[in-house]
Unconditional design. Structure first.
Length: 480
């Protein structure tokens, strides 16, 4: 039976404390380590050795306490009564000890959270470039399924977060959530994989506290995840995963200036001065410019970047159309690209480039880039579009997917650079809206070139690239 813990909030308002949902069969059993009314409770498992967590009363929900380290960093090992493997749902709360964020000069901090011995582990990393909430499978035992990594600019705190990792190996399902928000497109099918069994669970306590750790032998469908949370936690901090439901397209038509560049890509002269880096193939057909990587042994090899030869100023409006033609791929637009010392990106003093990503992100080029379509074989259904600042590969902002995984329709894209403010739209939806304040990630970039990047699996086509000047705002006005 699902336990309900009632408590009074501002008089007689009642809130339920949910157990992890396990589908229609409420009799499914599994590990549960929790603190209720100041008492430590463990079901369907035993502690290994004499190490037990200390407890405190203040947890994520009234009446639910927290598991804390009894000293410094501490490992708590549990032996399950029944092994987990092919199907599982791991649910737990963590309380961060600080506000973790990326930025120039930030040191690397790694926090191990939970591991299933011989199967996989969950962890968090702060780096200068980004923050990462990750799940790694035990590569020596688990084959045929890739890791899951969610890159975010920051993780606010100290604060409680609810994490869920759930899989069904036979059906090819592997999902993760933070406060009920998917860490990637939920329910997306992978190839089935072989799982091993494990009866050993390790919790890592120390700077990070935990609460209500539950492990079940069942896959938790997306529609049930949100019901397992108190209402005030549902979707909390969703902005770190790019969820901004109230963004509006800016009113800029009054500031649109002259047309600076136009490339209809309807004939070979359209792109005769464009520069390809990497093993790219470009063809013009049906009024579109089609791009892909060369095939080697029947497989696409090498990533590509195709540069427009013109430099664009600090303020512009760029518009084009894009259509994804392949099942997997990743599309990026670079802009404000210049050498790290202000050179033209094709200056002969700069190292040659061949499409290798690091040459553009941590090499001798400064730029912004936005990845607006991301559905690669090793990380399918990424749930965010990412704005990064190079050189340094800093994740400075994110938003929802510009083009969802599997979408093969045509889309209208608009990129606005208004001095330090960057706005990216797909079909009128605002995906990114960020102002680079010049502090956390260094001075804002000004002018430079625009380039289109594709990872090796991508086949996509483009047309009607047009770039207008954007006039400065009138005194006491700005884009809203």
């Amino acid at each position: 039976m699902i336990r309900m813990l009632a408590f009074v909030v501002v008089g007689t308002c009642l809130l339920s404390i949910p157990r992890i949902c396990v589908g229609a069969d409420e009799n499914v059993t599994g590990l549960r380590l929790s603190v209720r009314d100041g008492r430590l409770s463990l079901t369907e498992a035993v502690f290994v050795g004499d190490r037990k967590p200390a407890i405190v009363q203040d947890g994520p929900i009234p009446g639910v306490g927290a598991l804390v380290s009894s000293g410094s960093a501490q490992k708590i090992t549990l032996k399950l009564n029944q092994p987990i493997g092919e199907q599982a749902c791991i649910s737990f709360w963590i309380r961060t000890d600080a506000w973790y964020r990326s930025g120039v000069g930030q040191k690397i901090i790694r926090r191990e959270l939970l591991e299933i011995s011989g199967i996989g582990k969950c962890y968090f990393v702060q780096d200068a470039a980004d923050c990462l909430l990750g799940w790694d499978w035990e590569q020596s035992r688990i084959k045929g399924v890739d890791w899951m990594g969610t890159y975010i600019p920051e993780l606010p705190g100290p604060e409680w977060y609810h994490l869920v990792y759930t899989w069904d190996a036979k059906r090819g399902l592997f999902d993760a959530y933070i406060n009920g928000t998917p860490q990637r497109t939920a329910g997306i099918n992978l190839k089935p994989w072989d799982m091993k069994l494990s009866k050993s669970v390790v919790l890592h306590l120390g700077p990070v506290q935990m609460a209500d750790v539950t492990i079940k032998n069942d896959y938790l469908p997306p529609e049930q995840v949100i019901r397992c949370l108190p209402a005030h936690y549902r979707g909390r901090r969703a902005e770190i995963l790019g969820v901004y439901p109230n963004r509006k397209s800016p009113a800029i038509e009054g500031r649109r200036g002259r047309l600076m560049y136009e490339c209809a890509v309807d004939n070979e002269n359209s792109t005769k001065n464009w520069i390809m880096e990497g093993p790219g193939i470009v063809s013009l057909e049906d009024g579109w410019m089609r791009m892909s990587s060369r095939l080697v042994g029947g497989e696409p090899k090498g990533h590509i970047v195709y540069w427009c030869p013109k430099d664009f100023p600090n303020r512009f409006i760029a518009e084009w159309e894009t259509q994804i033609l392949s099942s997997h791929g990743l599309c990026i637009v670079f802009f404000a690209a210049k050498g790290t010392n202000g050179e033209d990106i094709f200056d002969k003093s700069l190292p040659p480039r061949d499409g290798t990503f690091q040459q553009y992100t941590v090499g001798r080029i400064n730029s912004y880039h936005i990845s607006y379509y991301a559905n690669t074989p090793n990380n399918p259904g990424r749930s965010t579009s990412n704005l990064r600042k190079n050189s340094g590969f800093y994740l400075i902002a994110n938003g929802p997917p510009g083009i969802p995984a599997g979408d093969t329709s045509s889309h209208k894209i608009r990129l606005i650079k208004d001095d330090a403010r960057i706005i990216f739209e797909v079909d009128g939806r605002v995906i990114i809206d960020y102002t680079d304040d010049g502090k956390r990630y260094g001075l804002p970039y000004v002018d430079g070139k625009i380039g289109f990047r594709q990872m090796q699996w991508t086949v996509a086509r483009y047309r009607n690239l047009r770039v207008w000047e954007l006039k400065p705002p009138k005194l006491n006005t700005s884009i809203r």
